[in-house]
Design a protein around this ligand. Structure first.
Ligand code: GCB
Length: 608
């Protein structure tokens, strides 16, 4: 069971944080014995004594690190292990272990004791391990990571058995178009908190009519049964210069409001000279009697309003037009592993090209990337890990809702998150899609009524049964690529017609969440021909024409190129070393279309 309280681990005068990133030991169960590690209880002994032992960096996907296709294409469990010390001084504290993400399912043991089990890649989890630790001594952490996707996991997949030259092979099949990278993808931390500590900080900042910031907050402590008269919560709001601009003491239920006069609002990139303005909230848990801080936690947040109606989407009462991308967490060697160099480069490129948004296609991205988006004023359509959803069952629905619950729990305080995407290209024409999405959308709104709900839909509007439950309709379409391949004369009117049809049917704002074409960098063919740089640029231009007309019609709110950069996929004859629809190569160098897009995005920004 996941412990609630996924505050990002930060040190303070009352908290210590230690990274467990670095080199870990790594072993694979033999493919024909998927449960070997569990059966042989590898968590009770040093992995050294097991088979296939090697070194593996954390964070990283394991797939592309080893020169062995058996590791790249491994199906089932792998094991990670490392040793660490904790000081004696931690004994008076409570100690947690926290994973940014492990794909797909994880079990964690501390010195042979099961500490936590977690399902869903891309989402953090943690567990208190105080009682399992050896203080002032060496400790062992063992992680089982299972990458198997089934019809009831999010996303879905299928495992089949096939005959091969070396006998029966277990093979993972999936229909989604990105490589099923696995491993400990994000950082691992140990952190300490006092015995009674701040477990959750939930913010709902609003903008008043006089343009002040009204920050509603709710603090949850680790123990619900404390006597409120013994403790108080004091909150302090600091501006970017670290000056105290407001403070308050919470009510007895640890909720309250604090007013920030003439607040500096959070604006998207290129909409204000200070885009992405962030304040810090400093939460103090104070012992009333002694007037001392028991726990202190600091977090950045933004003040902005979000509104939407049947034709537009507004931030701070200004209509927004999204200049965006679909993306992936993907790069050479490390796969989906968190990498600050890559993250920084990607944000620099987003700003270079003048984008103001991206969708976290097709799963939650790292918490660190969400912090970057907050800081840079990049708006996020935050997508849960449901992609190509089909074969609707009760179990699938429960898992889908649970993945959204974990996502919202993690991301609710980010000003950059402006919309929830509950699925990518679900098969919404299938039986039961109607009730299924009615429930997923209802649940998402119940968890967070302050943001609109969307999904990227590719089924045509006649057959689709989900859009009726969304606030904003996003559609994916590959005119002149999958449809009418090569026909650049069949783009502009098709895009306009489809966008209009969605709006006419549902009377909601519409955006195009994917369009594009595979492009091999350096391939030049004139007249434009599929896979060439000329083709990608011209196909974009035909879309721009449609978008410009649609913008005048008042309901069309954004364009998202597929994709920011080239990325790895499963092996198939339609993919040359992966999906090549990037505007940047996998190595983050621009294709010709990047320059065209840059010109457009800056022109669009200057119209504001
Ligand atoms: C889509 C999917 C995306 C694929 C893309 C493509 O519709 O949403 O995951 O990568 O098409 O390039 O085929």
């Amino acid at each position: 069971k996941v412990t609630a309280g996924l505050l990002y681990p930060r040190e303070s005068e009352t908290r210590e944080v230690r990274s467990l990133d670095g080199m870990w030991k790594f072993a694979r169960s033999e493919t024909d014995k998927p449960s070997q590690g569990l059966r042989e209880k590898w968590y009770l002994k040093d992995l050294e004594k097991s088979i296939n032992i090697t070194q593996m960096p954390v964070p990283s996907s394991y797939n592309d690190i080893v020169e062995d296709e058996k590791v790249r294409d491994h199906v089932g469990t792998v094991w990670y292990e490392r040793k660490f010390f904790v000081p004696q001084s931690w004994k008076s504290q409570r100690v947690f272990v926290r994973f940014g993400s492990v794909h797909y399912e994880a079990y964690v043991w501390i010195n042979g004791n099961l500490a936590v089990r977690h399902e869903f890649g891309h989402l953090p989890f943690e567990a208190e391990i105080s009682e399992h630790l050896n203080y002032a001594k060496e400790n062992r952490i063992t992680v089982l990571c299972d990458n198997v996707l089934l019809q009831t996991t999010i996303p879905q997949g299928k495992v089949i058995e096939q005959d091969s030259d070396s006998g029966k092979e277990i093979v993972q099949q999936y229909s989604f178009d990105f490589f099923n990278y696995a491993g400990i993808h994000r950082s691992v931390h140990l952190y300490t908190v006092p015995q009674l500590f701040i477990k959750e900080v939930i913010l709902n900042p609003q903008v008043t009519e006089e343009r002040h910031g009204l920050v509603n907050y709710k603090i949850i402590l680790s123990d619900n049964n404390v006597n409120a008269s013994d403790y108080k919560i004091r909150v302090v709001i600091l501006n970017k210069e670290n000056e105290n601009v407001a403070e308050a003491v919470a009510d007895d239920d640890f909720t309250g409001q604090v007013l920030v006069h003439n607040a500096e609002l959070w604006w998207p990139y290129l909409m204000n000279i200070k885009p992405g303005y962030l304040y810090t909230i400093e939460v103090h848990l104070v012992n009333e009697q002694h007037d001392v801080d028991i726990d202190v936690y600091r977090m950045k947040f933004g003040i902005r309003s979000l509104k939407w109606n049947n034709s537009s989407f507004l931030i701070n009462d200004k209509p927004i037009y999204f200049r965006g991308f679909g993306r992936h967490e993907d790069s050479d060697i490390r796969g989906k592993g968190l990498d600050f160099a890559l993250l920084t480069k990607d944000f620099n490129l987003l700003k270079w090209i003048g984008a103001n948004a991206y969708r976290t296609s097709h799963y939650p991205y790292s918490e660190e990337s969400m912090q970057f988006a907050d800081e840079h004023g990049i708006m996020i359509i935050d997508e849960c890990p449901s992609v190509d959803t089909e074969n609707y069952s009760q179990k699938l629905l429960e898992n889908h809702k649970y993945s959204i619950e974990q996502l919202i729990h993690r991301d609710i305080n980010h000003p950059s998150v402006v919309m929830w995407s509950i699925a990518n290209e679900p098969r919404t024409q299938q039986v039961n899609a109607d009730q299924y999405f009615a429930e997923v959308a209802r649940y998402t709104r119940f968890l967070d009524p302050t943001r609109p709900v969307t999904a990227a839909i590719a089924v045509n509007s006649k057959q689709d049964q989900a859009a009726q439950y969304l606030d904003i309709i996003s559609f994916n379409r590959y005119n002149a690529w999958y449809q009418n391949t090569g026909r650049l004369d069949m783009v502009t009117s098709y895009v306009m017609n489809e966008a209009r049809t969605w709006h006419e049917k549902h009377n909601k704002p519409v955006l195009m969440s994917e369009y594009g074409s595979d492009t091999v960098e350096g391939l030049h063919i004139l007249p434009a021909y599929v896979w060439s740089e000329e083709f990608q640029s011209q196909q974009f231009s035909k879309h721009f024409k449609a978008f410009d007309q649609l913008r005048n019609e008042g309901f069309f709110i954004g364009e998202f190129v597929w994709n920011f950069a080239d990325f790895k996929t499963a092996q198939t004859y339609t993919r040359v070393g992966g999906n090549k629809k990037g505007v940047f190569t996998r190595n983050r160098q621009p294709k010709a279309a990047a320059h065209l897009l840059r010109k457009r995005y800056y022109e669009l920004a200057s119209e504001l």
